[in-house]
Every structure is written in structure tokens, then in C-alpha cells.
Design a protein around this ligand. Structure first.
Ligand SMILES: [Zn+2]
Length: 518
């Protein structure tokens, strides 16, 4: 952090003080909400829920099994068969005639404790607090029954998980890493407290989302603390260039750091996932045997590189929609010729349609409005001046280059048999929770079949997060996480946008009846 980012104007200081006071006044930060409680339904303990006449989508084969009876007891799928139910007293039957049943969707890359807002100001402060709760509900409403959180404010995360446990909040199952395991100043490039809302005092309540270790001793100590409380993987940030306009190079791990991190991961049976946009990070991921490459690369990979990735069984979660979102044409008077491909032109149109659509299901309106207003900063300051003016915005040039190379890399990875997942990166500005459908539909536009898209968002994601024995398919013995759709997603992937029912751990959530409050 340089001098400039530390010196605030008087107005900014006052604003920070006001926000801190407001946050402190809120009981336990996360206690505040206007969200009404929602009580899911289902069969009582020990009784069976029968879902009858269901069209079950088998995501591994891409086939549909018609007129199936799925029996669920105590949160587990007990059988899937063409036989009618043998009900006993107290059992519950739900007729799903002409409806399609998918395994619960998985968002394999998101940030559930982040509100999806660019700069946080006093004007949207209360909406942001509400949004942090809505994130969980929005995910569940879209049929997402499990998420992998890729870097959180740990205290907020654990407060929310407690609330879900107690039934005070509804939401998906969360697989998490707690904070980022990043070197001081590394990606995500900024400290949340620089963004205007999370002053020092507040960070003690939310927990630090960045580890930001200074040396190997501190790394060892902080890794121990961070992996406590149920973390199942380590989130690394592998690039040495910033994603932000006007920031340039950022620090990254030394080889000694990586040796220490990978030894710790092996010893504690933790997976590793790395934020990677460049070949530098990609090569290091291959070298150290990272488990999953998160996001996509800004240049074309050679066939040998993809082959090595396949041989080492490295997974990827491409998060192409966040790439599309950050590739901001607003930054240019005229988009450079090399970026004007048919694919990119179509994606710019899809991005514009999304921004202009009714996003009430996905974000507090004030947050989206503020995000859209932020886009004007590109022209106002010029990309290279944004960082020094404390405007933290993604570098569109980086993301347009990923738009050029990403699809071809991804199709080559698919051909090489690499396990490709599906994730949103929701929580970053303009990427909202509950929009996994955007990534699913973008994968389709890139050239995946509907069956492949469904597999990415379920079975492949389950493998990537290490839960393939429990979730990812509709099979007996697995957790009863199911999504009920009105139309056939193998014919129309858009059917996944709005499920009619979502079942998690055997409990039924009627999507139309879940309210957010305001
Ligand atoms: Zn992320």
C-alpha cells in the first residue's frame, strides 16, 4: 500500500467513522436483517418422502429416466426406481408428473460473504448488510444446494453457517477455505478496508479475508489458524500481475513459500485451488500439482501444456461469466480491433442484456445501480489512473484477452478429458449470487452440449470439491439434494434459471414462496 491509498480526504474519514459506528450498532453484524424466516417442508424424521412420476436427469450419461419414484428418508436418497411407492403412515408423496429432476446444482467458485458491490458507500450500507444474507437465499432459489466459497470474511461466514444450522437462515451447504492464503499485497490486490466500508475496527468483527503473510514463519502459523474450523482446501493466488487497472505487478509466492504450502496441504489432507489468469501462474500450477485452476488464462495454451494438465489430473473452474463481466467495453472509446470477434460481440450483447434486465432476484437494486455508475470511472479517470485515485476496477484489457483465448483453451481441455467445473465468482462487483445459469449458458455458447453443461454444474463440481461420494447425481445413498424443473434442461438449458422446487438434505423449498424482504 503506498502513501496515496493511506491518505483519505476528510470526507472519506468521516464516512468511514460513520460506517464503523453503524456496523457496531448492529447486533453481531449479521444479526441485522429484514429477511422473513422461511420454513421448508418435507417428511417428518424417520418417515419417507416419495417423489413420484419424475423425469430424472442422469447427468453422467445425459439420459432421462421417465416415471421414476425417488424415495428420501432423513436427508438421504434411499432409492430411485420405476416402481410405485409403498407408503406407510406419516409418509409424504409429492407428484412430479411432467417435471424434471436434476441433482442439486453446485456453484464451485463464489464468495458468499461478499456483496457483489464495487465501492461501498454510506448510501448502500444497509442494503449491503441485507445482501450478505440474501446471497445464501439467492443461491438456494436457483437450485444451488452446495457452494465452494473461495475466500471469505471468516467471522461473517461462520456466523451465517451457525444461523443456517439453527434454521434462522436458509442457504446451501458451504465448502470453504476461510481466508485467502496470499502473500502480503498479493491478489485480490486490495484490502477490503481500502474499499471504504471495512475500517480496522470493523475487520476485527468480520475477520480478515486476506492472510497476507510476510515470511515463512508467519505463513506456517497463519495456515494453521486458517485451516481450523472446517476448511477443506487452500485458496492460492498464483499470478504476479494485478487484475486492477493501474496497479501492474503484485507480489507472489517464493518457491520456498509454495513448498511449505504444498507440504502443509498434503499433511492435512487439504486440496489446493489457485486463482490464475496468466501462463506464469499456470506453469507453477503444473509444477506444484495444484488440484484446481480457477478462472481462465489470457493466452492460448499449447497442446503439450493441456496434456500435462490432463495427465496430472488438474481440474478447472473457468468462471467465464466473470471474465465476460469484467471485459468492459465502457473503458474504450472504440474497442480495439483484435477484440472485435463474433464471439466477443455476442458476449458484449449478452452482458448488456443481463445488466439491463430485472435483477431484483439477484441483488439489491441500489448495489447494481452503484456498480453501473462505477463503470463511468473508466472514461472519467482512464484505466491507468484508477488505482492511484483509489478507484479499484478490473483491467478490461486482461479480461478481453481471456475472452479471446479462454473458449479455445476450454474446448481443448474438454477434449483432453480434463474435469471442468462451473462457478460464478459471485460476490465480486456485478457478479451476483444465484446466477449460475449465466455460466451454464455461457459454456453452452462456447460449445458445450446441454448434457456437458449439466455435468459441469453437478457431477464435475462434486468431484472438484471432493464430494462425489455424497452429491452430484440422483442416486441412492447420496444426500437428497435435488432440483425440480418445469422443462427439460437437456433440450433447453434456460430451464435451469428458475426451478419450481429445490430440495436440500431432503427438505423442500418452494421457490415461489421464498421472500427476501426489503
Ligand atoms: Zn474468486
Amino acid at each position: 500500500m503506498d502513501e496515496k491509498t493511506l491518505s483519505f480526504t476528510r470526507r472519506e474519514l468521516l464516512q468511514k467513522a460513520a460506517l464503523s459506528a453503524a456496523l457496531l450498532a448492529v447486533p453481531g453484524i449479521t444479526g441485522f436483517t429484514t429477511i422473513p424466516r422461511y420454513q421448508p417442508t418435507g417428511a417428518p424424521e424417520g418417515k419417507t418422502l416419495y417423489l413420484t412420476n419424475a423425469e430424472v436427469v442422469h447427468v453422467v450419461s445425459g439420459l432421462i429416466f421417465s416415471d421414476q419414484t425417488i424415495s428420501v428418508r432423513d436427508g438421504i436418497i434411499r432409492s430411485v426406481s420405476p416402481l410405485p411407492p409403498e407408503t406407510r403412515e406419516g409418509d409424504v408423496v409429492l407428484d412430479l408428473k411432467n417435471q424434471y429432476v436434476l441433482p442439486g446444482l453446485i456453484d464451485a467458485h463464489c464468495h458468499i460473504t461478499m456483496p457483489g458491490a464495487a465501492g461501498l458507500t454510506a448510501g448502500i450500507f444497509l442494503d449491503v448488510l441485507n445482501q450478505l444474507k440474501r446471497n445464501y437465499i439467492q443461491q438456494l432459489r436457483q437450485g444451488v444446494t452446495t457452494i465452494r466459497d473461495m475466500g471469505a470474511l471468516p467471522k461473517i461466514l461462520h456466523a451465517n453457517l451457525d444461523q443456517i444450522q439453527k434454521g434462522e437462515l436458509i442457504g446451501p451447504r458451504v465448502v470453504y477455505c476461510n481466508a485467502f492464503t496470499n502473500v502480503l499485497g498479493g491478489h485480490p490486490d486490495i484490502d477490503p478496508r481500502e474499499m471504504g466500508i471495512l475500517a480496522d475496527l470493523v475487520m476485527t468483527l468480520t475477520g480478515e479475508s486476506n492472510m497476507w503473510f510476510k515470511d515463512t514463519d508467519e505463513l506456517k502459523e497463519k495456515m494453521k489458524q486458517n485451516s481450523a474450523r472446517g476448511a477443506s482446501f487452500i485458496k492460492l493466488t498464483m499470478d504476479k500481475i494485478s487484475v486492477l487497472c493501474g496497479k501492474g505487478q503484485i507480489p507472489t509466492y517464493s518457491d520456498e513459500h509454495l513448498r511449505v504450502i504444498f507440504a502443509f496441504a498434503r499433511k492435512n489432507n487439504l486440496a489446493t485451488a489457485g486463482h490464475i489468469h496468466t501462463r506464469f501462474g499456470f506453469n507453477r500450477a503444473l509444477q506444484y500439482g495444484l488440484n484446481s485452476i480457477e478462472h481462465s488464462i489470457n493466452e492460448l495454451l499449447a497442446p503439450e501444456e493441456i496434456e500435462t494438465m490432463a495427465v496430472r489430473e488438474i481440474f478447472t473452474v473457468p468462471t467465464m461469466t466473470v471474465v465476460q463481466t469484467m471485459a468492459a467495453p465502457e473503458a474504450y472509446d472504440e474497442l480495439p480491433r483484435k477484440f472485435r470477434t463474433d464471439f466477443i460481440e455476442r458476449e458484449i450483447a449478452a452482458r448488456r442484456d443481463y445488466f439491463n434486465s430485472n435483477l431484483d432476484q439477484y441483488t439489491e437494486a441500489s448495489i447494481h445501480k452503484s456498480n453501473i455508475a462505477h463503470l463511468e470511472n473508466y472514461k472519467k479517470y482512464g484505466c491507468e489512473n484508477l488505482y492511484k485515485n483509489t478507484r479499484y476496477m478490473a483491467n478490461p484489457d486482461l479480461y478481453f484477452n481471456i475472452m479471446l483465448a479462454g473458449p479455445a483453451n476450454l474446448l481443448a481441455m474438454k477434449d483432453a478429458g480434463i474435469v471442468i467445473g462451473c462457478g460464478t465468482d459471485a460476490g465480486v462487483p456485478l457478479s451476483y449470487h444465484g446466477t449460475l445459469w449465466r455460466e451454464m449458458e455461457m459454456l453452452k455458447r462456447i460449445g458445450f452440449t446441454n448434457a456437458e453443461v449439466l455435468r459441469c454444474a453437478t457431477f464435475n463440481n462434486a468431484k472438484i470439491i471432493g464430494m462425489a461420494d455424497k452429491i452430484g447425481t440422483v442416486d441412492s445413498g447420496k444426500l437428497a439434494d435435488l432440483v425440480v424443473l418445469r422443462e427439460n434442461p437437456l433440450k433447453k438449458i434456460e430451464a435451469c434459471r428458475q426451478p419450481s422446487l429445490v430440495i436440500k438434505d431432503g427438505k423442500i423449498y418452494d421457490v415461489g414462496k421464498i421472500a427476501f424482504g426489503t
